[in-house]
Design a protein around this ligand. Sequence first.
Ligand code: IPE
Ligand code: IPE
Ligand code: MG
Length: 245
Amino acid sequence: MRDKLQLPRHVAIIMDGNGRWAKARKKPRFFGHKQGVKTVRRTVEYAAKIGIDSLTLYAFSSENWRRPEAEVKLLFELLSLSISEQLADLHKNNIKLNVIGDQAALPVRLTKKITRATELTQNNTGMQLNIALNYGAHWEIANAAKELALACVNGEMDANTIDENTLEAHLSTTGQAELDLMIRTGGEHRLSNFLLWQAAYAELYFTDTYWPDFNEAQLDDALAWFATRKRRFGKIDEQITARTG
Ligand code: IPE
Ligand code: IPE
Ligand code: MG
């Protein structure tokens, strides 16, 4: 049995490598995305089963609009289809779905489906599943700043009271456990504009495995690695030992 104390409460995953996975099989990129959806389903089920509180998955970044139009269109269709196919199971597993990112630019059919799905699962008490869709950390932080500025202009807030906590309250993950572990598949060692604020003290885990090949055992590897990390949060070793010992 895994020691619950060592289990991260909030895990984020940059699901990268679908295209290269497909290319290695001489298939079109879309084939990799489709396979990637299967990995999403398994990962979500597994994470909920082992007791992760929040799982945040990077599905489409603000920068992914720069891809060929046909790929962007196919990705949205695939997302829409996956919501339809997986919603009943998510609900059955008591998972609460939340979509983060700028939904204003998304196709209306997709946003309608997202609204229905989030409404259906909003009272669920199990794992919180955040799907980052048209998400970029720069957008998220700028948006929080805009909301704070508007609150000040409208007289609801005094600008002098703005601090880390008030800004954090306007981020898309507010109220959820602090991000503990960030995983990136596909071999790149970068964050690609994902959860930059939340990652301040997250442990960063990189694997060369392409996302379609990622599985429960590999998530276990990441969790086992996480459990070996000494999280000091600015303190020194002795203070950490004193607290837990
Ligand atoms: C990640 O896989 C999925 C999305 C960004 C939607 P990629 O599509 O980036 O796959 P690679 O990096 O080209 O292999
Ligand atoms: C990051 O992957 C975005 C998602 C996984 C949705 P990318 O493949 O878009 O990242 P870069 O552009 O290589 O940094
Ligand atoms: Mg990529």
